[in-house]
Write a protein that binds this ligand. Structure first.
Ligand SMILES: [Zn+2]
Length: 222
């Protein structure tokens, strides 16, 4: 059961990668075949098997031998783990929480590629968040505090606005409403720590924040 959930989760990760990749390049979602970023070779069946294909082929394109972007298998690994954890939990709001994380993952992929947020996806995430808020027990005061506690001060502080995008602020507000103030603070703390570690390890100063926020929210759901 766990292995099946993991594999299904990896397939969803692969699907999110395809949606992001093809929509940014104006390609057909359904009928196009994925290609290597470098040599343009169409991927073989083995190469398209989520995670396993990447492992078996040693993370390299069979055509040109160049390394496949690590983001693809990492996304599949993440959605695989998320699916195992949430699907085997079995309470009512599980599917919606899972959908919330999957949407966050797709928003993160766009954030990594373009440093921009899709408004449609943010609306969809808000919709999922509102649906979750009908099913979970969070005090109204905590939800309201969750919406305003970070988004209002961050919107007002000009210096911080260079570091944090509008999309991140929107997600803070959605997460605050959906899961409450305490959950939001825990998630943001985890995302700041993981983001800082990533920044220190890679030496990159400007990093997309949404992937770390997704990790933070998932960690808080545990
Ligand atoms: Zn290639």
């Amino acid at each position: 059961m766990k292995l099946t959930s993991f594999f299904i989760g990896c397939c969803f990760g692969s699907l999110l990668n395809v949606i992001c990749y093809r929509s940014l390049r104006g390609e057909d979602y359904l009928f196009g075949r994925s290609r290597c970023d470098y040599c343009g070779k169409k991927l073989s069946f083995m190469e398209t098997v989520p995670l396993l294909g990447w492992l078996i082929l040693g993370g390299r394109c069979q055509g040109c031998g160049k390394a496949i972007n690590i983001r693809y298998p990492l996304t599949e690994l993440f959605t695989g783990i998320v699916t195992v954890i949430l699907w085997t939990r079995g309470d009512g709001e599980v599917f919606l929480s899972w959908l919330f994380i999957m949407t966050m993952t797709l928003i993160s992929l766009f954030d990594v590629e373009t440093m921009e947020f899709s408004t449609e996806l943010l609306f969809f995430l808000s919709l999922v968040g509102i649906m979750i808020s009908f099913t979970n027990d969070v005090f109204l005061a905590s939800r309201i505090l969750g919406v305003v506690s970070l988004s209002v001060p961050l919107s007002l502080m000009k210096k911080l606005r260079e570091l944090i995008g509008d999309g991140d602020i929107w997600i803070f507000a959605i997460t605050g409403w959906t899961f409450g103030c305490e959950f939001l603070f825990r998630s943001v703390l985890v995302s700041c720590i993981t983001g800082l570690l990533y920044s220190l390890i890679t030496g990159k100063r400007k990093i997309p924040f949404c992937p770390f926020l997704t990790i933070g929210i998932m960690a808080s759901l545990l």
